[in-house]
Design a protein around this ligand. Sequence first.
Ligand SMILES: [Zn+2]
Ligand SMILES: [Zn+2]
Length: 124
Amino acid sequence: MTDHPAAHDVGVPYLETDLGRAVTPFSQRTTADGLRIVVEGVCPRCYGPTVTEYPYGMPGVGMKSPWPFRARAAHPAPDVLADEVHFCECGHPHPSLPPDAAFVGCGASWRLAAGAEAAADGGS
Ligand SMILES: [Zn+2]
Ligand SMILES: [Zn+2]
């Protein structure tokens, strides 16, 4: 049931690794000015808190990929959680962090498993 150690394991060595679909606590919110979407969660590898900001409907701001909702300004909030690949940005320089690392963290990347943010069942 509680498979999420809350403690940030800062001793995990840096490794660029794709975790695939991960189940980890993640949430998104829109900033007060409505210009950005902030995604907050816990890295499924090092359990560090990671926060990423995405410009809301503003193309060409250094994004890796074009926003699918660019033309849908009236749309409430895109499902950034499910659509984006997330990178660990816990901000802690993990051991072996290369100087040219794109993100300061443990190097993990992942997509959220479908419905992960709502998954709170301890079924079995
Ligand atoms: Zn991490
Ligand atoms: Zn970390």
